[in-house]
Write a protein that binds this ligand. Structure first.
Ligand SMILES: O=C(O)CCC(=O)C(=O)O
Ligand SMILES: [Fe+2]
Length: 321
């Protein structure tokens, strides 16, 4: 009857100056990261390395982007599925998003900027690139902590080099109702790690392992870090990749960003032998992320409850032993 404490994601502080590998501070935060990702696959990260002027200008840049005519936005295309402009879907009418491949690389952002603004837009370009580069530092800290906590640090270099960064920017229109409307369908992310950042309008919900929805209410200094299916598979199920969705109410638009670390095409995701043993039989056959994405966006992939299990799960073999 409203007396239950609302569920909350773990909050982990990465803003300590002395957060460097090998220190006690590092090991303490690493243990918190490991516990949060095992249980929720997700946590709220306090991270003060992104200067406040960039945190402000990122939302100005995103608004400017979505205010472009549809014809211009449609020029945001990519070879990979779901990396370019997405919107105008009858199922999720509030949602619109765009993607910047290799968003931490200046020349890549510049090329998209010049496509969208032939007369140039240096402040957009600089803001997107700096923001992505700074948030990618948090991605790398978290992934280093994950590998260390699983005893997989010998794979660190290969692991970090096996991915690129995609920045997706999202706009959810306010539905003009008090009743919550679906902004984005429940899904698991398909990549390695996702780091989300939002304006002051909440709406993200993350599902717990026992099926309850947590309303995420990050502070203005917080980022939400989340595990995707590719890392779930690579860690052989040691870390959870949670279902999440966006529910919108009210009049205000929600703007959010997601920095996705994504395995490069041709890199085969295969759980290292250290995480496979009798108690932890291999859950997924080795796979290429880009081919997996192709399956996910096919009709069969969209029908599957878990595209990952349908595509490369070996659970039937494990059960039949
Ligand atoms: O807008 C958000 O906070 C979540 C977006 C999301 O889940 C996604 O793009 O995969
Ligand atoms: Fe997502």
């Amino acid at each position: 009857m409203g007396s239950e404490t609302p569920l909350k994601l773990p909050v982990i502080d990465f803003s300590n100056q002395s957060l460097t590998p090998g220190t006690t501070e590092w090991n303490t935060v690493r243990a918190q990261v490991h516990n949060a990702l095992e249980e929720y696959g997700c946590f709220e990260a306090l991270f003060n390395k992104v200067p406040s002027h960039i945190r402000k200008s990122i939302f100005q840049s995103i608004e400017e982007l979505f205010d472009l005519p549809l014809q211009t936005k449609l020029q945001n295309v990519s070879k990979k599925p779901y990396h370019g402009y997405v919107g105008q879907y009858p199922m999720v009418p509030l949602y619109e998003s765009m993607g910047v491949d290799d968003a931490n690389v200046y020349e890549q952002v510049q090329s998209l900027t010049n496509t969208l603004w032939p007369q140039g837009n240096p402040s957009f370009c600089k803001t997107i690139q700096s923001f992505s580069e700074q948030v990618s530092e948090l991605d790398q800290i978290i992934r280093r902590m994950i590998l260390e906590s699983l005893g997989l640090e010998k794979y660190l270099e290969e692991h970090l080099e096996s991915t690129n960064y995609l920045l997706r920017v999202m706009k959810y229109k306010g539905p003009q109702t008090n009743e919550a409307k679906l902004g984005l369908n429940a899904h698991t992310d398909k990549n390695i790690v996702t780091i989300l950042y939002q304006n002051q309008v909440d709406g993200l919900e993350v599902q717990t392992k026992d099926g309850k929805w947590i309303n995420v209410k990050p502070s203005p200094d917080s980022f939400i870090a989340m595990i995707g299916d590719s890392l779930y598979a690579w860690t052989n199920g040691r870390l959870h990749s949670p279902y999440h969705r966006v529910m919108m109410s009210g009049n205000e638009a929600r703007y959010s960003t997601g920095l996705f670390s994504i395995p490069k095409e041709g890199y085969i995701i295969k759980a290292p032998e250290e995480v496979v043993d009798e108690d932890h039989p291999l859950l997924f056959k080795p796979f290429d992320h880009v081919q997996f994405l192709g399956f996910y966006y096919s009709e069969a992939g969209q029908r599957a409850h878990s595209a990952l299990k349908t595509y490369c799960g070996v659970q039937d073999l494990a059960f039949s032993n």
